[in-house]
Design a protein. Structure first.
Lengths: 422, 90
């Protein structure tokens, strides 16, 4: 049994029952799941969580659906990696990487989709659908297959090859739309009105779906020994993840799972070619001006972010910052993380790491802070971004001579001292 | 005539139909005409200042009117306006 008390409009406060609703019927404001926190607090304990599954479902008491057998591929409980080598390069004291590349389909989207489809199934939906920049498409198609649901996934036609292939392999319907993600999103928002029996995870089931991102905060706190960090860096696409990370830490405190009240600064990371939130932050305005994205970080290329305003508000209230980085910096961020910590992130992860570096340089993120960076997707999904940047040291004939020659050339090139004869 | 596509949330105002036709030479005029024909629309899609609510997107054919000239954007017969809840995606 879940502890949901209902849905509430973030704008006007009108309340609704926990059905397949995502916006307020009156003012179109987003609906937020509300819980009976007193009952959650009476039930949820560290021991109960630690005895639970090694997945997001160990936090079921703070998720919007209860199901003994959720739609589950094992999302969540991903490694929180202490990143000392990266910290040293950046000049930080204590840095952790939340490695969400380790999720079943390689991105944090498995968290939200597992929640969304479990709720959708409970609500009686048989068809799972979404608008996606790729990671969500992968996850919806996979989880739908797992649940025996049909899937209808809509993506921009120019996504990375791996994301298209990976979405298609699960056997659902995949529509490549000639347009940007914002075009796809608009189409899905319209389709939701025409196909009310389809569960569009990020449209009519979005209220529940978004709650899945809270598990990032839950896990980070648990993995730090039930402590919140000082500073978290989160990439911004729609802005939903960032707001839910903040909600997650606040809820843990509210239900009594933390000893100290969290005071987490939350900073947002965007690519310069799609930075409506970072721009509004820099300009000190409340108005998010939509943009036409142009960046290699396609998973964050949302020009009209649904939760942009709330992400901005969350950042400001927390004392965090929001910055954007160039595509060249994104690639450098990917390489830096890989080189120092052995984690291969997709372009969104490059955005996070590059923004982290930038905010350290600007003095926003301080060496005395315990910092967590959210690395939300696997690098194999966006290998195109690295084409021409990394590759083999040399291509050689299968002979010792060829190897020695190439190795010698390489030593010369890198000025490596030759301590042994070739 | 200008076609206006109505989202599910507002179809109670149109007796359930998802598409209505109105007259008008700008986006703002067309939406006012919509409110005249089906009272209640203005309340739902405009804020106190008469601007589109933050979470209401209006598209003229394939373009968000915020990328055009907003409510004063000219419209011509045969074009389609779509009212779409903004909270979606990501």
């Amino acid at each position: 049994m879940d502890f949901v008390s209902g849905l509430r409009c973030r704008e006007c406060g009108r309340t609704y029952p926990a059905e397949a609703l995502h916006v307020c019927d009156y003012c179109f404001g987003p609906l937020e799941v509300t819980y009976d926190y007193r009952r959650v607090a009476a039930t949820m304990s560290r021991e109960r969580i630690e005895a639970g599954p090694r997945s997001i479902w160990r936090y079921a008491d703070l998720l919007p659906v209860a199901d003994a057998a959720p739609v589950d591929l094992g999302a969540g409980f991903t490694p929180l990696v202490r990143a000392d080598r990266l910290a040293a390069e950046l000049g930080l004291g204590e840095l952790w990487i939340k490695d969400d590349t380790a999720n079943p389909t390689g991105s944090f989207k498995d968290r939200v989709v597992s929640v969304a489809l479990t709720k959708a199934r409970q609500l009686g939906f048989k068809i799972a659908a979404c608008a996606s920049t790729g990671n969500l498409a992968n996850s919806v198609a996979a989880h739908a297959a797992r649940a025996g649901m049909e899937s209808v996934v809509l993506i921009p036609h120019d996504l990375e090859t791996a994301k298209i292939t990976m979405t298609s392999v699960y056997g659902g319907r995949v529509f490549a739309v000639e347009g940007s993600y914002d075009d796809v999103n608009r189409l899905c928002a319209e389709l939701t009105s025409e196909q009310p029996t389809w569960a569009f995870v990020n449209v009519n089931v979005r209220t529940y779906y978004a709650e899945g991102s809270k598990t990032l905060a839950f896990e980070v706190a648990e993995q730090l020994g039930w402590q919140a960090p000082d500073h978290v860096v989160v990439p911004i696409g729609s802005g939903s993840q960032l707001t839910k990370v903040a909600k997650g830490f606040a809820e843990l405190w509210q239900v009594g799972l933390l000893d100290e009240e969290p005071s987490v600064r939350i900073s947002g990371a965007q690519a310069e070619g799609c930075s409506p939130v970072a721009t509004a932050f820099a300009e000190g305005t409340d108005v998010i001006r939509p943009v036409k994205p142009d960046t290699i970080a396609k998973s964050l290329a949302i020009g009209n972010p649904a939760d942009g305003w709330y992400a901005l508000e969350t950042i400001r209230k927390s004392g965090g910052s929001c910055a954007s980085v160039t595509d060249a910096e994104v690639i450098e961020g990917i390489r830096l993380l890989a080189r120092t910590e052995g984690i291969f992130a997709e372009t969104a992860g490059g955005v996070t790491i590059a923004t982290l570096a930038k905010l350290v340089t600007e003095g926003v993120i301080r060496p005395d802070e315990r910092v967590v960076a959210m690395v939300t997707g696997h690098g194999l999904k966006t290998v195109e971004a690295l084409a021409g940047t990394v590759g083999p040291t040399a291509t050689i004939a299968p002979t010792l001579e060829a190897f020695a020659a190439a190795m010698g050339d390489e030593r010369e090139r890198t000025n490596e001292p030759t301590t042994r004869s070739a | 005539m200008i076609k206006v596509r109505i989202p599910a949330q507002l179809r109670t105002l149109t007796g359930g139909t998802g598409e209505v036709s109105v007259e008008g030479s700008t986006v703002g005029e067309a939406l006012k005409a919509l409110d005249n024909a089906h009272p209640g629309f203005a309340d739902r899609i405009f804020d106190e200042d008469g601007q589109l609510r933050r979470f209401v997107n209006v598209f003229l054919d394939d373009e968000d009117v915020r990328f055009l000239e907003g409510l004063p954007t000219p419209v011509a017969a045969g074009q389609t306006l779509s009212i779409i809840p903004a909270v979606a995606g990501g």
